[in-house]
Design a protein around this ligand. Structure first.
Ligand SMILES: Nc1ncnc2c1ncn2[C@@H]1O[C@H](COP(=O)(O)OP(=O)(O)OP(=O)(O)O)[C@@H](O)[C@H]1O
Ligand SMILES: [Mg+2]
Length: 265
């Protein structure tokens, strides 16, 4: 009885609604006479404001899963619901719009435009949409992003005048400048040394912790995954384990490394 009385009511409980849900996703690729089963039935849910990492060995299906979650590709079966919309039920046009308006992507390679400076590269999503990013609210947002990724003073540098870590931070700012509901990052620190990688992870974590940005990060590096609130371990096209780390400002990887060792990873 006491337990019942003490139990928090659902109204009092701060339950963040899921912003992203995957239901029994499979993805198969025909390969000559055979079929590659990249995903064999993945279900997951990500709450708004959560930082989730996907870890697992090479070829386990992490990038495939990220692409399906972000609507870059469609599953063979199952469905993805992003910001309340089931992606596979949308027309191509609406799916493109959903992706453009609600998601941001950061990949291993930075994909910056060499002739554009830092500000212009970050402003690219606005320029492509035919908006003028040099004034008003958009200019304010650009300034805000440059500050978030710690590039004040480098606004007019071109990519070849930046370190690799700075270039990747420009890519992070460009992915975040439109205010996406979800940021997807696939090995964003893969080409970077340890310290430089940490600069990127710090920028991602600040966007999550200080601004409520929801993040799904793919990495094979436990030190990177330790920035997340929760780690999903992917193996052979399935989610093998979930490791709850909680929000921690020190990003200590000890607990995660211990759990991964228990799993034989
Ligand atoms: N377009 C494709 N055609 C055929 N097979 C594919 C294709 N894309 C991925 N695969 C296969 O699907 C499986 C999962 O690939 P995926 O890229 O998702 O792995 P990953 O976990 O991201 O690996 P890594 O850590 O090396 O990036 C692999 O066996 C891969 O060879
Ligand atoms: Mg991959």
């Amino acid at each position: 009885m006491t337990a019942l009385l003490d139990a928090p009511t659902s109204a009092a409980e701060p339950t963040a609604a899921p912003i992203l849900q995957a239901r029994d996703l499979t993805k198969s690729y025909p390969l000559g006479e055979t079929t590659v089963h990249a995903l064999r039935g993945v279900s997951l849910s990500v709450a708004a404001g959560e930082f989730v990492a996907l870890m697992g060995p090479s070829g386990s299906g992490k990038s495939t899963l990220l692409h399906l979650l972000g609507g870059l590709d469609l599953p063979t079966s199952g469905e993805v619901e992003l910001a309340g919309e089931v992606i596979s039920r949308l027309s191509d046009d609406r799916a493109t719009r959903l992706r453009r308006d609600r998601t941001g992507f950061v990949f291993q390679s930075f994909n910056l435009i060499p002739l554009l400076d830092v500000t212009e590269n970050i402003a690219l999503p606005f320029t492509i949409a035919g908006q003028d990013p040099s004034r008003g609210e958009l200019a304010a947002r650009l300034g805000d992003m440059i500050e978030l990724v710690d590039l004040l003073g480098k606004e007019h540098h071109r990519p070849d005048q930046l370190s690799h870590g700075e270039q990747q931070r420009v890519a992070v700012a460009r992915a975040l400048v439109t205010g996406p509901a979800l940021l997807f990052a696939d090995e964003p620190t893969g080409n970077l040394d340890y310290t430089t990688g940490n600069e990127i992870l710090d920028a991602l974590w600040r966007s999550c912790h200080e601004r409520g940005q929801t993040i799904v990060l793919v990495t094979h590096d436990a030190k990177a995954a330790a920035y997340a609130d929760r780690v999903l371990v992917v193996g052979d096209g399935r989610i093998r384990d979930t490791i709850e780390l909680g929000r921690r400002a020190d990003h200590d990887a000890t607990v995660l490394i211990g759990r991964l060792a228990q799993l034989g990873l």
